[in-house]
Ligand binder design. Structure first.
Ligand code: PLP
Length: 258
């Protein structure tokens, strides 16, 4: 049997398991790839509490990346929470050097409340643009990265233009935080390639952004085109959201909240 490709995941650890590294691992396992999990930050978050976090030491992160790269030949990288400017610099250097395909979920906020970014991280995300194959911002992340006040779906277009000019070659803008039925928009080199119209559910599933970006990274590692990977990642997350409903209330483990 051929050995599946390896994906490096750089993410924050959410001890509830609902988002962050554990969500990434579930999505990548579902994609059928091998996983190299690297923690960028330890977080404290959960119901009724504002998130706090502590980044890992960036020199250990740099050494971990070197070790994995030289020992195991990774095929793609998924990046979530960065934790610190120093970590962001290490990751930017690593991507410059290796030119590996990468999916960046520009995580900024925990849904329980509280920032998952510190000063300077948003500027670092902007600077790392040329190294990123696909960025997957939600409404607020797109606002903060573009500097535009985004309120309706129409505002996505000028913001996508700004991010394209920053150097992001592809964007998947997640529509879940807009009013009404959610629509996600996939832009390639500034052009709208595809939009996905979903259905609004009466419940919330945590970690969908982590699952989406990780699933796409997994598909890229398996050799799919960006277009195919985005579609397959999107449908994987839609199915996950529906499956959570079918799992029923009250019997869900800690990482499944509806
Ligand atoms: N915590 C970590 C470590 C994350 O990476 C993410 C990802 O987006 C979140 C929290 C936010 O997820 P949610 O919006 O489901 O709380």
């Amino acid at each position: 049997m051929p050995v599946p490709p390896l994906v490096i995941v750089l993410s924050g650890l959410d001890p509830t398991g609902g988002a962050g590294l554990l969500a990434d691992i579930r999505a990548l396992a579902a994609a059928g790839v091998r996983i190299s999990p690297l923690i960028t930050a330890n977080t404290l978050q959960g119901p009724n509490r504002n998130a706090r976090f502590e980044p890992v030491n960036s020199s250990i992160l740099a050494e971990q990346l070197e070790l994995i790269y030289h020992s195991f030949k990774p095929a793609a990288v998924k990046i979530g929470m960065l934790g610190s400017v120093e970590n962001a610099l290490v990751i930017d250097e690593f991507l410059k050097k290796t030119r590996l395909p990468s999916v960046l979920d520009p995580v900024m906020q925990a849904s329980s409340g509280g920032a998952l970014v510190s000063d300077g991280i948003i500027e670092m995300i902007q600077k790392t643009a040329p190294q990123i194959t696909l960025i997957t911002p939600n409404k607020d992340e797109l606002s903060r990265l573009s500097g535009l006040n985004i309120t309706t779906g129409k505002d996505i277009f000028p913001a996508a233009e700004i991010l394209t000019r920053m150097g992001f070659q592809a964007l998947l803008v997640k529509g879940g935080h807009f009013e009404g039925d959610p629509r996600d928009y996939f832009f390639l080199r500034g052009e709208l390639k595809h939009s996905f119209k979903g259905k609004r559910h009466a419940y919330t599933v945590r970690g969908t952004g982590c699952h989406l970006a990780s699933s796409i990274a997994g598909m890229l590692a398996l050799g799919q085109s960006l277009d195919e990977a985005v579609k397959n990642g999107y449908f994987y997350v839609q199915k996950m959201i529906t499956d959570y409903k079918n799992a029923g209330n009250g019997i869900l483990p800690a990482d499944m909240q509806i």
